[in-house]
Design a protein around this ligand. Structure first.
Ligand code: GDP
Length: 323
């Protein structure tokens, strides 16, 4: 990529897409186009990005867009995502929407001659009882975690689609698997969010109402969290330096139990009240730690520590999310 390359960031108002756009702008890229579906961009005045409203689940709309726009580089960050409850409650929406978006974007990229595409997957593609830390070669070696299997199957299909196009057509489509992400522009809804934004929302609200915080499961699962600005840096690095069909992990290298995470978030938010654990809610995977060795061997590592990152997100939350 160079500064005048035509770049398309699919899903530009989501947490990941917006972080990729910030990073591209900070590195001097100026011909950036992005799409959004429901969530409009916050700042249309002052941005070098051209945003279009485009529902990527619609095949003919996606095809027309690629024909007209002819992007050279595509970051596929458009996806339907959510936490354990949302995945468990809306499995049909998760499998349908993700398959449609990625099929349309990957195939239209091929038809319109995109030079390179980067597909974003997820750590939930690995088996439920995967040896830890999870290496790239453990993909498809065992049954998936049932709470997010439909989402994981869609993401695995995206990986196989990239690999198949590379094999049959000689394309350069890479697949990047980030660990659990957090950052600004996340979903902070207490029911549908992932655990970290969910905890920020719940602690913040309980500080005002003095109601106890109710968290899910046992608190014993272990998770690894990466700030989305670190992910965006990794993604640009990989777009510039990685040209292989094999998937590549982006990890943070540190894991924390949900109970300890609650302690950290409580301290940052300033909540000192009671925490109740609702054990009727699922725990999901017992442990989900990425092996990020392949990426560190290429020369990239994350910079933002967990407490520092949660502090950044909480300050952003207080300034942007309505109470
Ligand atoms: P997962 O990583 O796919 O399991 O998805 P989540 O980020 O939604 O959940 C991670 C873990 O945090 C699970 O064990 C949840 O049961 C637990 N958890 C505890 N409290 C909450 C909460 O308020 N929201 C969410 N999303 N998860 C919670």
């Amino acid at each position: 990529m160079n500064e005048s390359s035509r770049i398309f960031v699919a899903g530009g108002t989501g947490m990941v897409g917006s972080a990729i756009i910030r990073k591209l702008i900070s590195q001097g890229f100026r011909t950036i186009c992005s799409n959004y579906n429901r969530k409009e961009p916050a700042d249309l005045q002052d941005t070098p990005v051209r945003y279009v409203r485009l529902d990527l689940t619609r095949q003919s709309d996606a095809e027309r867009f690629f024909e007209e726009e002819r992007p050279e580089y595509v970051f596929l960050a458009a996806a339907k995502v959510g936490g354990i409850l949302a995945n468990n409650t809306y499995p049909a929406e998760f499998i349908y929407t993700n398959l449609m978006i990625q099929n349309n974007v990957i195939h239209s990229s091929f038809v319109s001659g995109v030079k390179k595409l980067l597909f974003l997957g997820s750590s939930c593609i690995y088996p439920k009882l995967c040896p830890q830390p999870m290496k790239e070669e453990y993909l498809l070696t065992g049954p998936l975690e049932p709470t997010n299997e439909p989402y994981a199957v869609a993401k695995i299909a995206g990986i196989k689609m990239c690999q198949s196009y590379n094999r049959q057509y000689g394309t350069n489509y890479i697949s990047v698997m980030p660990t659990n992400l957090y950052g600004q522009n996340d979903n902070f809804d207490p029911d549908t969010s992932h655990v970290l934004p969910g905890l920020i929302r719940k602690f913040h609200d309980s500080k005002r109402t003095s109601e106890p915080v109710v968290l899910w499961g046992t608190g014993s699962p272990l998770r690894e969290f990466l700030h989305v600005d670190d992910l965006a840096a990794a993604v640009l690095f990989l777009m510039n330096h990685y040209d292989r069909s094999e998937i590549i992990n982006v990890g943070a290298g540190v894991e924390v139990s949900i109970r300890d995470l609650a302690g950290i978030v409580g301290k940052i938010v300033g909540y000192e009240g009671e925490i109740k654990w609702d054990a009727t809610r699922p725990d999901g995977m017992p442990r989900k730690l990425m092996d990020g060795g392949r990426l560190t061997a290429l020369g990239w590592s994350p910079r933002i520590g967990l407490e520092e990152g949660i502090g950044m997100v909480y300050r952003w939350f207080c300034g942007h999310v309505p109470v």
